[in-house]
Write a protein that binds this ligand. Structure first.
Ligand code: FE2
Length: 227
């Protein structure tokens, strides 16, 4: 990301669009970005890549803005046709951002791929999925689990970790050190989550937009505590 100030302004604008559409979607985006940044930091990504992964987390569901409102706000009992429409969001989001960012659209395109090839949009096997997209997918799933939904309570961090552990092991098959780092980064105590500006400050001199700093205030306290 070359012109960082301009790009971060665009990120802020996209986030505001998400917030206009759905507070839940906005919060999920903020939290996914921060969690993806934490995992990337734990895996010692280069600063630029760490920032790209975090930004991809903030924008990973931007394609959902193109879904009908009724479908976007419906979070259970989807028909197969509706689920088919939802599944278009990773490609649509990637297309929207293709002219703005270099790597982020690729990470977003593949954030719903699964290690066993059962994901979408291309059904890639683990070895063909870019590592930043794996990080993004793990962060997306984990943060969704520990957040409350209208149709279920938030998972505890411990239960959510159990849920995503299989994915992490599948994605980083055979690399026990990497698996351990990812699991450890997700099991940080609540008060250290989310470190909104940690990956950016650690890796680069650019600061997060004010809207992202503000967002942490209401995200804190809505996440389930570590049991
Ligand atoms: Fe998604």
């Amino acid at each position: 990301m070359k012109d960082c100030i301009t790009c971060m302004r665009m990120v802020k604008s996209f986030l505001m669009l998400l917030r206009k559409k759905s507070e839940t979607l906005y919060m999920h985006s903020i939290y996914t970005g921060n969690t993806a940044g934490m995992i990337a930091a734990a895996l010692e990504f280069e600063p630029d890549q760490m920032r790209d992964v975090q930004t991809a987390g903030f924008l990973h569901d931007i394609g959902k803005l193109c879904l009908p409102d009724g479908l976007l706000l419906k979070d259970s009992n989807l028909t197969s046709e509706e689920f088919g429409l939802i599944k278009t969001h990773s490609k649509v989001g990637s297309d929207i951002l293709r002219g703005v960012f270099k790597n982020i659209p690729i990470y977003i395109l593949y954030h719903h791929e699964a290690y066993d090839g059962s994901g979408y949009p291309e059904g890639l096997k683990s070895s063909n999925i870019p590592i930043p997209a794996k990080v993004l997918g793990i962060a997306d799933r984990y943060t969704a689990l520990i957040s409350q939904r209208s149709y279920r309570a938030a998972y505890s961090r411990r239960d959510a970790l159990r849920e995503v552990e299989k994915d992490i092991k599948g994605f980083f098959n055979g690399n026990s050190k990497t698996i351990e780092k990812v699991l450890l980064s997700l099991s940080e105590p609540t008060e250290q989550l989310p470190p909104d500006d940690l990956p950016l400050k650690r890796g680069a001199s650019k600061e997060l937009p004010v809207c992202l700093q503000d967002a942490s205030e209401f995200i804190r306290g809505r996440m389930s505590p570590l049991e």
